[in-house]
Design a protein around this ligand. Structure first.
Ligand SMILES: [Ca+2]
Length: 367
């Protein structure tokens, strides 16, 4: 179209030029007319050449532009595809993050690994002790092959303390074995056996019956010693239960509640709690739980019409009104509990069920 317009313009120009030439011819001689015609033709050829060059350039530019446009469309399509894939991956990651089962499994595996690490370390110490003992024994007495293995087993078993009462000045994890019970690792400090440590929320306490029976977490970090171990420990003598409760900054205040009477029944009686003779400055929030069996989210032993463990996201010796303290409840990252009563709380310290503690230690100490 552009080329046609230009040709029409040129033809008009040529007609006008020819008209002008005719006028000039009336005034000029034959030679002058010939010269003019030659000049006109040369001008016309020159203009045609210029037009051809320009037209070719236009075509080439159009082809380049078209190729560029196609490339841009392809790039745009690829960007759209990439965005779609990113969105899909993002959704998958979110789903994985929200997969509570996977998170719990990973948490349990981590805890198991930590337990194995402690067990391995303690076994190593034990083996060294056995080796030294065997060497001393071999130096003084002739070996008796038929009974050596049994004697070693008996000796090893006898090496475990029944609690931490003799470990003055010791703080850390050790194996204890209450009389007639299985051995287990526990955290000890100031001659007390810690049955629960909570201080950073790294261990989930919203667990089922079997886990509360066996214990969970890491004795060197957050953990619960296990109901069977707790029963075995308390069954062998007179102990006091000391609970230390610490608030969040800026107060960082630690208060305590002590109970000079404390027993926990065995599994046949659902680990029923016997508690009394309170003293301390935190208030007697656990006193009301005296005589209650233990309840978890999958084992409702509480006298409330609901399962209090499910209702308050924890486990414990819940009452008909559920609780005055929910020390196995959710760990909150600040003093304000997101939902009333579900957090690690102690009613008589704050006069409400919405204040969450930063740190809790529950320990069994010699009387
Ligand atoms: Ca109930």
């Amino acid at each position: 179209m552009h080329l046609k317009v230009l040709l029409i313009v040129l033809l008009i120009t040529l007609v006008v030029d020819n008209s002008d030439a005719k006028k000039r011819r009336k005034k000029k001689t034959g030679n002058q007319i010939a010269t003019c015609k030659k000049t006109d033709i040369e001008n016309l050829v020159s203009k045609l050449n210029a037009l051809r060059t320009d037209t070719q350039g236009c075509c080439e530019r159009s082809e380049d532009d078209a190729a560029l446009y196609i490339n841009l469309i392809e790039i745009k399509n690829n960007v759209t595809k990439a965005r779609t894939i990113i969105e899909e991956v993002k959704t998958d990651v979110e789903e994985m993050k929200n997969d509570v089962t996977v998170k719990q499994d990973i948490e349990e595996m981590k805890n198991d690994i930590e337990k194995m690490k402690i067990d391995t370390s303690l076994m190593k110490e034990l083996l060294e002790k056995m080796h030294n003992s065997q060497c001393e024994s071999a130096a003084t007495n002739p070996p008796e092959p038929e009974t050596t293995e049994l004697q070693q087993t008996t000796e090893v078993t006898a090496n475990y303390p029944i609690d931490c009462s003799d470990k003055t000045g010791f703080t850390g994890v050790t194996i204890i074995q209450p009389e007639g019970q299985d051995s287990f690792p526990a955290y000890c400090s100031e001659r007390c056996v810690y049955i629960t440590r909570r201080f950073d929320g790294s261990v989930d306490f919203y667990r089922g019956w079997a886990e509360y029976q066996a214990g969970f977490g890491n004795p060197d970090g957050e953990y619960f010693v296990g109901l069977d171990n707790l029963h075995g420990l308390l069954a062998q003598g007179n102990y006091r239960l000391r609970i230390e409760l610490t608030t969040w900054p800026p107060q960082n205040e630690t208060r305590h509640a002590e109970y000079s009477t404390v027993k926990v029944a065995d599994a046949s009686d659902n680990y029923r709690l016997t508690i009394g003779q309170y003293s301390g400055n935190a208030g007697n929030s656990l006193g009301r739980h005296n005589g209650m069996p233990f309840t978890t989210k999958d084992r409702d032993n509480d006298p409330n019409s609901d399962n209090c463990a499910i209702r308050f996201k924890g486990a414990g010796w819940y009452t008909s009104g559920c609780h005055n303290t929910n020390l196995f409840g959710s760990y909150s990252s600040g003093p304000v509990c997101p939902a009333r009563g579900v957090c690690m709380s102690w009613y008589h310290m704050f006069g409400n069920h919405s204040h969450s503690l930063k740190k809790v230690d529950m320990k069994i100490c010699p009387v």
